[in-house]
Design a binder for this molecule. Structure first.
Ligand code: FAD
Length: 449
């Protein structure tokens, strides 16, 4: 490293952190180090459901390996802002000129009776805080491989997925594809409430039911039932899972009990902001950042799922990548227009060095089943305000549904199921805030996409 080089330390070797490292990699002005606590090769979480379904090998989900800049299996445990140093769990330290928090999010663990052993200590790592065997979140490659091993254990494994959002739906579909008997318990009125309206959710519900998934909406899970976990044959006294528990079922609020060999907790995610909070940075839901993606300490930035910009935490891959790109431009000192070279992708016409928010499109493909795959896409505001116009085309036989919401002469949101050929043109019109001239053509035609 030369004395003029800026030391950029990135905490988090996920989608956002590695994209930033890739963007900065070509710049002689910076030396980048990425701290990644996960021992696995870096991977794209968006593909975990396909890995669980057995469609992709874990290697297919790999992100480009950034080489020695990534220190795998190293967790940052403390930030010393006065010394501009990050302390790691292996005792090492990383001095920085600029620090970037790209720590992602954690799965929310719902307050279920029986989830933790009674009287378990409060520290997440303490023995009483361990999840019972068979209970998994759906956030990491580790979760995915553990779930995969559980369903591979035999035919007709009974799985209960708690949560009917994007993660729960993806997990339920993947488990069903692996031959598990799946029950999906959703507390809300419909599936994927954040993205889908009633009509679209009903089609999705029918599709999943067609895959053999039993779906309960407006269904609150109250607790888990567990038993002492079996000690594996051959393990020495004291080295087996003594004191460990194994899940046996799920109790619903109405008193009904479902037997379960596997339980998936898909109850949302929460930005991982503990390090930032401990360092005295401003944290609301996420780590608060401005349009330069700076936290309340100008030497520290935050991007991806852990960041909160203009009151919004996105929790989506598209936003994580856009924030990484915008921060790379900020750190490289490029103004509006030019930006760092883009590896393996077309150069956008212009890229602002200020981040002004992401227009995030949610897209999901639910493959498998005799009816073939079902594609789902949603963007913007899918629930109209008074005075908005709504155009809806629905065909239950062909399992297609398209709805767009129009305010004045602008498209403000839409949801499409089944037939997505028009989604690119619609999303473009929404992103560019174009004045609409022929909406019907846009919704029925592929718009040249
Ligand atoms: C199963 C699943 C399906 C998804 N599907 C979609 C989808 O269809 N569309 C979509 O847009 N988004 C989807 N997402 C969300 C998407 O994956 C995230 O928005 C994206 O990964 C965010 O990137 P990130 O870099 O902010 O966080 P992450 O990818 O989570 O990376 C953060 C990394 O930081 C590491 N880390 C945290 N703290 C420390 C520390 N102290 N020291 C060292 N390392 C640390 C973590 O271990 C992790 O590897 C999905 C997520 C999951 C889990």
């Amino acid at each position: 490293m030369t004395s003029e080089q800026q030391r950029v330390v990135v905490i988090g070797g996920g989608l956002a952190g590695l994209r930033l490292a890739e963007r900065l990699g070509g710049s002689p002005a910076v030396r980048v180090a990425v701290l990644g606590e996960e021992p696995h090769a870096p991977y794209n979480r968006v593909l975990l459901a396909e890995v669980l379904a057995g469609r992709y090998a874990p290697e297919v989900a790999a992100l480009p390996e950034p080489g020695p800049v990534l220190r795998r299996g190293v967790r940052a445990v403390r930030i010393d802002r006065a010394d501009r140093t990050v302390h790691c769990d292996d005792g090492s330290t990383e001095p920085y000129d600029t620090l970037v928090l790209a720590t992602g999010s954690n799965a929310v663990l719902p307050p279920l009776r029986g989830l933790f052993a009674p009287g378990g200590a409060l520290a997440a790592s303490a023995p009483g805080r361990e999840l019972p065997d068979g209970v998994h979140a759906f956030r990491t490659m580790e979760d995915c491989l553990a779930l995969s091993a559980a369903v591979a254990a035999g035919p007709a494994v009974r799985a209960v997925v708690i949560g009917g959002g994007l993660l729960g739906v993806s997990a339920a579909r993947a488990l069903a594809e692996r031959g598990a008997q799946v029950v999906l318990a959703q507390q809300g009125e419909r599936l994927m409430e954040r993205q889908l309206d009633e009509g679209a959710a009903a089609l999705l519900h029918a599709h999943l039911a067609g895959l053999g998934i039993e779906i309960h909406t407006e269904c609150r899970v109250r607790g888990l039932t567990t038993t002492a976990a079996a000690v594996p044959a051959g393990s020495e006294a004291g080295t087996g899972p003594a004191g460990r528990r194994r899940v046996t079922g799920v109790e619903l609020a109405d008193g009904y009990r479902l037997d379960a060999d596997v339980v998936v907790l898909a109850c949302g995610v929460r930005p991982r902001a503990g390090l930032a909070r401990a360092a005295g940075l401003e944290v609301r839901t996420g780590i608060v950042v401005d349009d330069l993606l700076r936290t309340s300490d100008p030497a520290i930035h935050a991007i991806g799922d852990c960041a909160e910009h203009a009151g919004r935490v996105y929790g989506l891959a598209g936003a994580a990548l856009e924030q990484a790109d915008a921060l790379a431009a900020v750190l490289a000192g490029t103004g509006p227009g030019p930006r760092l070279p883009r590896a393996g992708g077309p150069e956008p016409a212009s890229a602002p060095a200020r981040y002004t928010g992401t227009r995030a499109l949610t897209r999901l493909t639910l493959s498998a089943g005799g009816d073939g795959p079902l594609d789902v896409a949603a963007f913007g505001e899918t629930d109209p305000l008074p005075g908005d116009d709504v155009l809806r085309l629905s065909d239950a036989t062909r399992r297609t549904y398209r709805k767009v919401v129009v305010r004045g002469d602008r498209l403000v949101g839409g949801v499409l199921l089944g037939e997505l050929s028009s989604v690119a043109a619609l999303a473009r019109s929404w992103e560019d805030e174009e004045a609409l001239t022929d909406l019907f053509h846009l919704i029925t035609d592929d718009g040249g996409s």
